[in-house]
Design a protein around this ligand. Structure first.
Ligand code: HEM
Length: 510
């Protein structure tokens, strides 16, 4: 078994007998993303390297151009992500976009894409902004014009949950005051990527076959039940009262009735929420799925739940690391605040940002883009080879990836490779001042191609909106409990600080 790559003359990470690379995942000495990317650092002169997962061979892509080919031009060889969940154990996640495969994925992606265009995001932005502004007002009141010490992951995940509850379900919650409200508790359990759920998420990507065979579920049963009930009650209420609100449930109900389209003209100029917004790719018409695919209540619930699952933790991570960098780089913070203050002069009330105003803020975009590079929230993604695929390596040899094999793509390693980003560990928004200098193949915080992140515009607009309100009201300084440089939590499936993001927020009016 372990001579697979030797025979093909492909460099590979030497396996631990029986476990292959999986052994290193369990010892947790290094973060799972770094373990998965080991070959990238060991073999610099190849487009791909090999690795064994238990006894099964798998690949790691080293060349961002190859990733792009797989994800766009040769997409029909790599249509699926690796994990495969069972609908019995994970009724919501197994039906969500990240985890569906083949014709079902195509059907869902084609249906959902129009819900995430620039014009839909602009309509939704008022809900997002209101949620952020209400929360910020409470935080200002809470501070009583005195500096406050806060752990920002807790703060941002509360704000993120409240915003997502509003833009998904039309439910207004205040998790800053009502700290144990059910939407926050369940949302938190849904989005959790450390501890046991984190381990299960890793396992579903490392040993997907075994994971499905053992019928392990990722989400807690009470979380599945809560969202299933919340969404079906919500749908019934809307249908009975003909309620319209520019949120996801409304858009998903339109998808179900086949009434949701992309308004090309409206979208012009709105589609980019910043430099990091990945290019949109149009899917060809679906192959015959062999079964009639439609949007049942459970599919709508699964889609909404997947926005919590895929969106809250990642956007919170972006906000935490952006705040950390602003706190330890006061001159960058001062420049961003100056840009915000200037933008506020343009606003009707001097307070509430619009989609267009945020879109125009160049320095804000530079800070957010650099945070996504330096602290990539989603450090690796993956693809499953669905049809044999042959390409040429740098040395001219032909390599064939066989159908069924799994492929990892080390997004974080691309972002921290000095061949693409000189002095890669330095946080320097100036890199993004001249966008022609950025290698766009290697800068992929939201992935690339047909399976790129569907929520990128929402994530960018949400992060920019929160930062706008935060710096309008507070200066962020390192708190006494903050570790500098930040120490990462190697055991979390996501990217997190081991000792928290402890900051002092100083109200600007003192
Ligand atoms: C900073 C925040 C975020 C980051 C860094 C991020 C990153 C990513 C990445 C790297 C992928 C995989 C792309 C690939 O395989 O090529 C992905 C997929 C996905 N993301 Fe995000 N994401 C973020 C926020 C969001 C939000 C807010 C939502 C939903 C509202 C979302 C929903 C999804 C979904 C559904 C997929 C699967 C798409 C598919 O398989 O077709 N993400 N994301």
């Amino acid at each position: 078994t372990y001579d697979y790559f030797e025979k093909r003359n492909i460099p590979y990470v030497k396996p631990v007998p029986f476990f292959g690379q999986v052994w290193s995942f369990f010892t947790q000495e290094k973060h799972a993303v770094d373990v998965a990317s080991e070959g990238y650092y060991m073999f610099p002169n190849t487009r791909i390297s090999g690795v064994f997962i238990l006894r099964t061979p798998a690949y790691l892509v080293h060349d961002p151009v190859l990733y792009k080919q797989m994800a766009i031009t040769d997409f029909d060889h790599f249509t699926d992500h690796v994990s495969e969940l069972s609908v019995e154990q994970d009724p919501l996640l197994a039906r969500s976009l990240f985890f569906t495969r083949g014709a079902r994925w195509r059907h869902h992606r084609t249906g959902l894409s129009p819900a995430f265009t620039g014009s839909k995001m602009r309509n939704m932005f008022s809900l997002l902004s209101k949620s952020a502004s209400d929360a910020m007002e409470r935080l200002v009141l809470f501070s009583r014009s005195e500096p406050i010490s806060m752990e920002l992951r807790d703060l941002y995940s509360r704000l993120g949950n409240d915003a997502m509850s509003s833009i998904s379900f039309g439910v207004e919650v205040d998790s800053l005051t009502d700290r144990d409200n059910e939407f926050f508790i369940k949302g938190n359990r849904l989005a959790k990527v450390d501890g046991l759920p984190g381990l299960k998420i890793l396992m579903s990507a490392i040993v997907p076959g075994l994971f499905k065979f053992l019928r392990i579920g990722i989400l807690y049963q009470d979380v599945n039940d809560f969202y299933t009930e919340a969404v079906s009650t919500n749908i019934r209420y809307r249908e009975k009262n003909a309620l319209k609100r520019p949120d996801f449930i409304h858009l998903l109900l339109q998808v179900r009735k086949n009434e949701l389209n992309c308004e090309q003209t409206d979208d012009e100029g709105l589609d980019s929420a910043g430099f990091s917004t990945p290019e949109t790719h149009t899917l060809h018409k679906s192959d015959d799925p062999g079964e009639k695919l439609e949007w049942r209540d459970i599919d709508i619930t699964a889609a909404a739940a997947s926005f919590f699952f895929g969106g809250i933790e990642t956007t919170t991570t972006l906000l935490c690391f952006a705040s950390y960098e602003l706190a330890v780089n006061p001159s960058i913070q001062a420049r961003l605040r100056a840009e915000i203050d200037l933008a506020r002069e343009e606003l009707e009330d001097g307070i509430t940002p619009t989609y267009e105003v945020l879109q125009k803020m160049k320095y804000m975009d530079m800070v957010v883009s650099e945070t996504l590079r330096r602290w990539t929230p989603f450090g690796t993604t993956n693809r499953r080879c669905t049809k044999d695929y042959t390409f040429t390596n740098y040395d001219g040899t032909q390599i064939t990836i066989e159908k069924g094999l799994n492929i990892s793509i080390p997004l974080k390693a691309f972002h921290l490779d000095e061949k693409y980003f000189p002095d890669p560990l330095r946080f320097d928004p100036e890199r993004f001042s001249d966008l022609t200098q950025i290698n766009q193949d290697a800068y992929v915080p939201f992935g690339t191609g047909h399976r790129n992140c569907i929520g990128s515009r929402l994530a960018l607009m949400q992060a920019k909106c929160f930062l706008f309100y935060m710096l309008s009201n507070f200066a962020i300084e390192p708190g006494p409990k903050l570790t500098i440089p930040i120490v990462l939590d190697e055991t979390s499936a996501g990217l997190n600080a081991k000792h928290g993001f402890w900051m002092t927020l100083i109200p600007r009016n003192i």
